[in-house]
Write a new protein. Structure first.
Length: 64
């Protein structure tokens, strides 16, 4: 399989290269649709590409 560039992936899923960069740096959380599209490009599941990290904001923690 040929190497895929950030731009190649961005083009295939309909986002900018900057969005792909932000995803790689964990600075942006993709929508479910985008996560699905990226997983489909690689022929894997969303779980294979992304990890889910549950976080609580301060308001929820204070109510608990």
């Amino acid at each position: 399989m040929a190497r895929m560039t950030q731009q190649d992936l961005a083009n295939r899923v309909g986002v900018s290269r900057q969005t792909i960069i932000q995803l790689e740096r964990n600075k942006y959380n993709p929508s479910l649709l985008l996560a699905h599209d990226i997983a489909n490009v690689f022929g894997v599941t969303i779980d294979d590409v992304f990890t889910f990290k549950e976080t609580l904001n301060d308001d929820v923690e204070q109510e608990a």
